[in-house]
Ligand binder design. Structure first.
Ligand code: PLP
Length: 446
């Protein structure tokens, strides 16, 4: 495959961008990343004219694929040509807030920001300001963006920063617990209940191998937080408006948090984040409350238009039926291929999210050991593989992903997530042919 232009662009990029990229995952693949020239439906075309089936979809935001429906495109263009932004309120941000509040069970009031990271940073500050407490419980293997309070690893008794530049004093206020372990959560609340401002949890661990909650896990978190006066914060940056459709993962699992963070799809492919929840809590933000929160670009009119028209399109068409059906076909096809050719690997996912994890030891050997409540389990004839915690997939062979599986799939014209743990996404633009071609490629490569 000719990648000459990508190689030259990377050469130039290395001189002016740290590591040649603006977000590290893009450079995970060696010796150099491919540079994208444009998208086309469910595909991307690179700087050398090569075409790939794209299961990365901008890392999740592109629910509708690369070609925006006419309604989305004209709303974006109309907004951009009216002058991109003003530093004053606009009707479109009220409309998007109304849409979100109408569909997402936990949301009465919402503050828009510019990234998922900004949303989780603000949510943590909100929880601390609202409760007057400092400690935040997070999940081992969870991801909430590039922020000090959650770039923390280790055990509840021994948390430490997971990145240089994060002071130990931040880690002191963070308690990482294993996902799906109700006893560990109970222990932490017994010990620190009075100090915990909030539990910040992805309803599905979507950045560490796609781990779905066991029955009763989120209910336990809901009960513990309520009993101890802490906030339950669902980080729905990935799951929001993807898992569980317009009601999000909280609707699917029927657990209503106090606060929800959003990103990705709610901006229709433009930079976005949001913090929604009960009005009484979210009104703690300035100017109605005294938890400082502000942003020059917040509620950006072009983003608001793209987000609103994308969600309206999803509401009025069979988008979720389509993406979930293709997701299910991918997972069941991959389960068959792995059973045949690589039984130690794990097929994970739900709704329109999927991944083959290069585990050495499949975390769950048989139905009788599988306690996960994920859809894959109930719909898959064998369902031998259901990771339950971040630790279950920690043995994933990342070198093998980076050096073998990813490049081999890429050679077959399939663009998978550059990170061996992260979710891959189906869009409305993907077709049955894309799915079958991808399954053939996996069959060949595995
Ligand atoms: N929270 C979750 C669950 C995420 O997956 C991400 C990013 O992938 C973030 C927060 C951070 O979002 P952003 O990259 O927009 O800052």
């Amino acid at each position: 495959m000719n990648l000459e232009n990508s190689r030259e662009l990377y050469d130039r990029a290395l001189s002016v961008l740290p590591g040649g990229v603006n977000s590290p995952v893009r450079a995970s693949i060696q010796p150099y990343p491919f540079f994208v020239e444009r998208g086309d439906g469910g595909h991307v075309i690179d700087a050398d004219g090569n075409r790939y089936i794209d299961w990365v979809m901008g890392l999740g935001p592109l629910l509708l694929g690369h070609d925006l429906p006419q309604s989305v495109e004209s709303a974006v263009q109309k907004q951009a040509s009216a002058g991109p932004m003003y530093g004053a309120p606009t009707e479109i941000e009220v409309e998007l807030a109304e849409f979100v509040a109408r569909h997402v069970p936990s949301v009465e009031t919402v503050r828009f920001v510019n990234s998922g990271t900004e949303a989780t940073v603000s949510a943590v500050r909100l929880a601390r300001g609202y409760t007057g407490r400092e400690k935040i419980v997070v999940m081992q293997g969870g991801y909430h963006g590039a922020q000090e309070s959650t770039l923390v690893e280790g055990d509840p008794d021994d948390p430490s920063p997971s990145s240089k530049g994060v002071p130990d004093s931040f880690a002191e206020h963070t308690i990482p617990v294993p996902f799906n372990d109700t006893e560990a959560a109970e222990r932490v609340f017994e010990e620190h209940g009075e100090e915990i401002a909030g539990v910040l949890v992805e309803p599905i661990l979507a950045n560490k191998g796609i781990v779905t909650p066991v029955d009763g896990y989120h209910e336990t978190l809901r009960k513990l937080t309520r009993e101890h006066g802490s906030l339950l914060i669902f980080d729905e940056v990935i799951t929001g408006f993807r898992v569980g459709g317009l009601a999000c993962a909280q609707g699917k699992f029927d657990v209503t948090p106090d606060v929800t963070t959003f990103g990705k799809i709610v901006g229709g492919g433009f930079p976005v984040g949001a913090i929604g929840g009960r009005s009484e809590v979210v009104e703690s933000f300035t100017p109605s409350g005294d938890v400082f929160q502000a942003g020059t670009f917040s509620g950006h009119p072009v983003t608001m238009a793209a987000g609103l028209e994308t969600l309206k399109y999803a509401a009025e068409n069979d988008v979720y039926d389509h993406v979930n059906a293709l997701g299910e076909r991918l997972r069941s096809g991959l389960t068959d291929i792995c059973a045949d050719q690589a039984p130690e690997y794990t097929v994970a996912g739900t709704d329109s999210i999927f991944k083959v994890l290069l585990t050495r030891d499949a975390p769950v050997e048989s139905e009788s050991h599988c306690e996960s409540g994920c859809e894959q389990r109930t719909e898959c004839a064998r369902y031998t593989h259901c990771p339950k915690t971040g630790a279950d997939v920690a043995g994933t062979e990342i070198e093998r992903w980076n050096r073998l599986l990813w490049p081999a799939m890429f050679d077959q014209g399939v663009f998978l997530s550059q990170n061996g743990f992260e979710s891959q996404f189906v869009s409305d633009a993907h077709t049955t042919e894309d799915v079958e071609e991808t399954l053939e490629a996996y069959k060949d490569v595995l």
